[in-house]
Ligand binder design. Sequence first.
Ligand code: SAH
Length: 329
Amino acid sequence: MKKNGVVYLVGAGPGDPGLITQKGLKRLGSCDALVYDSLASDYFLDEVPDYCRKIYVGKRAGAHSMKQEEINRLLVELAEEGLNVVRLKGGDPFVFGRGGEEILTLSEAGIPFEVVPGVTSAVAALSMAGIPVTHRAVSRSFHVMTGHTLSENGTLPPDFDSFAKLSGTLVFLMGLSNLSLIVNGLIKNGKSEDTPAAVIENGTLPEQRIVRGTLNDIESRAKQAEIKSPAIIVAGDVAALDFSSTLNLPLKGCRIGITGTESFTGRLHQELAEHGGITDSVLTLSIDSYRSGEAMNEAYQRLKTYSWLIFTSANAVREFFHRTFRRRL
Ligand code: SAH
């Protein structure tokens, strides 16, 4: 009988690929299968080994997304094939990430698992936007709530009222489409209309946008700026603070078109993003492999007779050695 593989539930961090943990990156570097969704950066796809099976289970425009039960089952099946699986999730796996449900299914099936925590957007998106989630004498606590369940019947959940009365920083995830309900609910429960508020779109990424205001006008400001998901809503006095970085990144505001293979543009994107640039892949190159063609077969037969091998690119090196390792040449 095959030994079951391990499932690693890894938090990918809030968006910026630099904000994954070292442990998470290490697990990515040695997994046989990767199960990921849209909150995890595409750039992590380059961090897995060549042989790794990559399975997308999130929502993308027009595409049907996998149901949670299907994802749970998929993880079990992959592990039962003996594969070590990384289940990559945006932020931290347990912050509205349904990580717990996956773990319950894995335990029932007797699959070993490990959780690698992640930097949650509920804190990091605020930090990068210059809003400290707590601040001495301004906010002594922070409270994170989903704004998503609110929409089911268009009313606020029963515990919303007590949440709204808390004096600390209030953070709403998945709340953008319910911004109006949330703002009105806070005011109705005693928050002043002048309470500072902010909405952060694409936090920690070069595309990050922040709208600041008060409970009175944050909704119209967010509408005017056409803020889209993923976005975080913050209400509380810290939302008036601005500790955003004073570094003047040289590529800030530049949109740069890049070309190349996926792994190349991935690295280029990361480098440019670190300097504040936003990249668009305008032309993707792919590699056609001739490693099993006639000419290469012959060349492999005659390998011993060559005194020099010259590689013209990193791709050539990868293609060539893929075959030599396979054949144990
Ligand atoms: N586990 C994740 C949250 C998953 S719920 C975490 O710990 O961060 C998804 C919600 O998170 C989104 O609807 C949005 O409200 C928020 N979110 C995640 N990443 C974000 C980002 N980079 N910028 C703004 N909001 C983000």
